[in-house]
Design a protein around this ligand. Structure first.
Ligand SMILES: [Zn+2]
Length: 274
């Protein structure tokens, strides 16, 4: 009998740190994984060799690669506003603080130290530490008690923490308009919440996914409107995937393809020449 091989995406999400650093022209943390070639090459093409001076990094929680494969139409706007979609492998255990710690430090959980669902402030060198050392201004816009609001604290950057993701997105758009930050990180946990409560494919969850795609599209539009004098990298960057449990709800944390394989989108917007 044929046994289906397990296939994990080749590139690990730890590559995101060096990718953003390289596209923006500052050094990545010393121990971070290598940058992701297709993204860096595409950025070089769009920016004619210049380095990006703005980044909008949108982190919707728990968007699995299989959701993109099965509900491709639903991701149309994300595909249209992006220059590249890239499958990535998450890290174990595939839970939020562990994965975002790896995404923004460029190192594996055994090195950054978060190896379970705990949210201590990271002591290791982060993408943000390198950005600050390079003179960049960084803002994190996220919801209270969530991983991104907690594990990246104690840096000289601006933290905007709200009760719900609507206020988070509103604030992020406001910050883009103000144009005072070089890097803005935005977290939305709405799909993760509905997925856990109702199942990954429940109507509530599909609505949340649609909202995540629409939000990303809105940010891409704001890049063209408010950051048109900048070379900008923007991304749709989830942390891990999800699977349906026997009870019909959603979960993640396991070393299975549904939890480990995720999809990232990246877009590049060159400044308008004057
Ligand atoms: Zn998560």
């Amino acid at each position: 009998m044929y046994e289906r091989p397990i296939v994990f995406d080749e590139i690990c999400l730890t590559g995101a740190t060096a990718t953003v650093a390289e596209v923006m022209g500052f050094s990545a943390p010393a121990e971070s994984a290598a940058s992701i070639k297709p993204i860096v090459k595409k950025a070089e093409n769009v920016f004619s060799g210049r380095k990006a001076d703005r980044a909008l990094l949108y982190n919707p929680d728990a968007v699995a690669l299989w959701l993109y494969q099965k509900y491709t139409d639903l991701f149309t706007d994300a595909a249209v506003v992006s220059d590249i979609a890239i499958p990535l492998q998450s890290v174990m255990p595939s839970v939020t603080p562990v994965c975002f710690a790896s995404m923004y430090s460029g190192i594996l959980p055994e090195k950054h130290g978060i190896q379970s669902y705990t949210k201590p402030v990271l002591q290791c060198e982060l993408l943000f530490d390198c950005a600050l050392a390079a003179g960049k201004k960084v803002a994190i816009v996220s919801t209270a008690e969530d991983s991104i609001s907690m594990i990246f604290l104690e840096r000289e950057m601006d933290y905007f923490i709200y009760d719900d993701h609507y206020k988070v997105n509103e604030k992020a758009l406001e910050l883009m308009k103000e144009d005072k930050h070089d890097i803005i990180v935005v977290y939305n946990g709405n799909y993760d919440s509905t997925m856990h409560g109702h199942g990954p494919e429940a109507p509530e969850s599909i609505e949340a996914l649609k909202e995540n795609v629409a939000t990303y599209k809105r940010f891409a539009e704001a890049v063209k409107e408010d950051w048109k004098d900048h070379d900008v990298i923007y991304g749709f960057m989830p942390d891990h995937g999800c699977h349906e449990t026997r009870s019909g709800r959603g979960s993640h944390g396991h070393e299975v393809e549904e939890d480990m394989n995720i999809i990232h989108f990246y877009g590049f917007s060159a400044k308008e020449s004057k």
